[in-house]
Design a protein around this ligand. Structure first.
Ligand SMILES: *Cc1c(COP(=O)(O)O)cnc(C)c1O
Length: 354
């Protein structure tokens, strides 16, 4: 087996979903964000496990993702599409029973023209200036739109992972001003908003990263373990250099293991000379440049030569690796390459792994 093995703990994902669900009162529903193939971990197996745990509402970014999810989950799931009703998507939105979250007056018009009577939600712009209908457009459109019975009014927080940021309260005030008294179900919080406090709950939360074990949900159970096979080991003399551009030189006699994964597999080149690979609790430094398919690791501290070393494990989670690469856990997960052998771990009955 030459490729790395990505172990994905579906029980940890469902436990994280339950824990986030338990933070809000019983009347608040908890959806699951499975965009970008379930943050790189497999939207179908992740969503099936969450269905078995009681989740019914799912969000994806694209209509194409919604179609794939419908095929994986069957008719019972409510699948929302965050990019809304894009040109040319009407047929698939209708045939696969997807719920577009309309983001602009143009999308509202397209939806009402093409799919009269088909369920929809709306995203309202409250301060992030990314997706959503502006306050001025909403004032104009609201009477006609509300008369068509939207299923959901939502907005998204820009700074929920920073509790002290003033934009949190400003966005909340704008969202309330735009939606109070409409009688329509509302959604405002992702993972960060759930952790911020109950004033952000409304009717439905939309956690993503917290399900997958990432910050800001620091109490989350880790979900991903990445084990990389050792292809070759060699003994270096003091002064021998390792890898492209010879950026690391052995300070003394060293044992260097070459592992089969590189930047083509999502191990960012920025991790060169920065990350560690673990054998149990012992961390071994990644030395030299990350190359396309390979990394090199100083295993001088190990008594033996293991068959694999772990890049993601309890000792080094996605946020630790993200810090070493100068990024966030979201990017570590969604960059995980397609060459890994994905092994799903699940004990819950009724959850099929693939
Ligand atoms: C990605 C996303 C979420 C989930 O955010 P997390 O920080 O991963 O919990 C929720 N809502 C919207 C609109 C998103 O784009």
């Amino acid at each position: 087996m030459a490729s790395g093995i990505l172990h994905i703990d579906l029980d940890a994902i469902t436990a994280n979903w339950r824990a986030l669900d338990a933070m809000t009162p019983a009347g608040v529903q908890t959806a699951a964000m499975v965009k970008a193939d379930g943050y790189g971990l497999g939207a179908a197996p992740v969503a099936r496990a969450l269905m078995a745990a009681g989740a019914r509402r799912f969000f994806v970014a694209l209509t194409e993702e919604g179609v794939a999810l419908r095929l994986a989950l069957g008719p019972e799931a409510e699948i929302h599409v965050l990019s809304g009703h894009m040109q040319g998507d009407g047929g698939r939105i209708a045939s696969f029973g997807l719920i577009p979250i309309l983001n602009s007056p143009a999308q509202v018009e397209r939806h009402f023209t093409e799919l009269h009577g088909h369920p929809f939600g709306l995203q309202l712009e409250t301060g992030m200036n990314r997706l959503g209908i502006d306050a001025a457009d909403w004032r104009r459109l609201a009477p006609a739109v509300l008369a068509r019975g939207p299923g959901l009014l939502m907005s998204h927080m820009a700074c929920a992972d920073d509790p002290a940021h003033p934009l949190n309260a400003e966005q909340l005030a704008r969202f309330c001003a735009m939606t109070d008294g409409t009688g329509v179900a509302r959604s405002f919080s992702a993972t960060g908003g759930i952790l911020l406090g109950r004033q952000y709950d409304f009717d439905l939360t939309r956690p993503g990263i917290g399900l997958y074990g990432g910050a800001p949900f620091r109490a989350a159970q880790p979900v991903a373990r990445l084990s990389l096979p050792v292809v070759q080991v060699r003994a270096l003399a003091p002064g021998d250099a390792v890898g492209y551009n010879a950026t690391w030189t052995a300070p003394g006699p060293a044992r260097i293991a070459t592992l089969a994964a590189g930047y083509a597999d999502g191990l960012f080149r920025a991790l060169s000379n920065r990350a560690r690979l673990f054998h149990g609790r012992t961390g071994c430094p990644l030395v030299g440049r990350v190359s396309m398919d390979l990394i090199t690791v100083d295993i001088s501290a190990l008594a033996d030569t293991p068959e694999t070393l772990d890049l993601l494990c309890p000792a080094q989670g996605i946020d630790d690796l993200a810090a070493a690469a100068g990024t966030i856990g979201y990017e570590i997960l969604t960059a995980l390459g397609l060459r890994y052998d994905r092994h799903y771990v699940a004990s819950a009955p009724g959850v099929r792994a693939a």
